[in-house]
Design a binder for this molecule. Structure first.
Ligand SMILES: [Zn+2]
Length: 195
């Protein structure tokens, strides 16, 4: 979700413990879906599943977002993403959100495929992409995240193998968002098919 551009001369530029001031966007709003749930994003939503290779050319790491505690599903881990704006494609929206939330450089994003979770009145598209700069740094660049970092893909493969959205890594319990966990097998398949 879009945040105002901070003045670079005034650090720190955000505080992840409180909700940020919000600049209204055209896609802001809840959709009451025929599935019985409410979903965020009047034009649907999208996220970026951004991976990079190791020195042997294998998929190794993925950009993950630890959601700020004040936010919807705070404390859970997922990928950068949010509501689409009017007239914005899923790909455009996913990359925009990753730029805003994670400091991803759009020129380093090479799209490999996408996976759509389609409801009667709403959809969420996960864009799967390679970060072509293996040294690209990511970090939380707005108040939506406690943390944004590269995590090992093996961690996500383990979650799928164990059929558990809660996995332990480096002594930390990583709780994956349910829709993201549900899409993981399809996302990993797109990766494995594009090697
Ligand atoms: Zn629904």
């Amino acid at each position: 979700m879009t945040q105002p551009v901070p003045d670079p001369s005034s650090a720190p530029s955000f505080d992840s413990s409180v909700p940020p001031p919000h600049v209204p966007q055209s896609g802001d709003g809840w959709v009451q879906c025929a599935c019985g749930n409410r979903h965020w994003g009047l034009f649907g939503a999208a996220g970026l599943f951004l991976v990079r290779r190791d020195g042997d050319g294998r998929w190794a790491e993925v950009v993950m977002q630890h959601r700020a505690l004040w936010s919807h599903q705070g404390g859970m881990w997922g990928i950068p993403g949010g509501a689409l704006n009017a007239h914005e494609s899923a790909r455009e929206g996913a990359v925009r959100e990753a730029v805003e939330e994670a400091g991803v450089l759009p020129d380093a994003v090479r799209v490999l495929g996408s996976h759509a979770l389609t409801h009667a009145d709403w959809s969420y598209v996960t864009v799967v992409a390679e970060c072509t700069d293996p040294l690209a740094a990511v970090s939380a660049t707005d108040a939506e995240s406690l943390e944004v970092r590269w995590l090992p893909l093996d961690l996500l493969r383990m979650a799928v193998e164990q059929a558990s959205a809660s996995v332990s890594w480096g002594g930390v319990q990583v709780e994956l968002l349910a829709p993201f966990f549900g899409a993981l097998p399809a996302l990993l398949r797109i990766l494995d098919d594009s090697l």
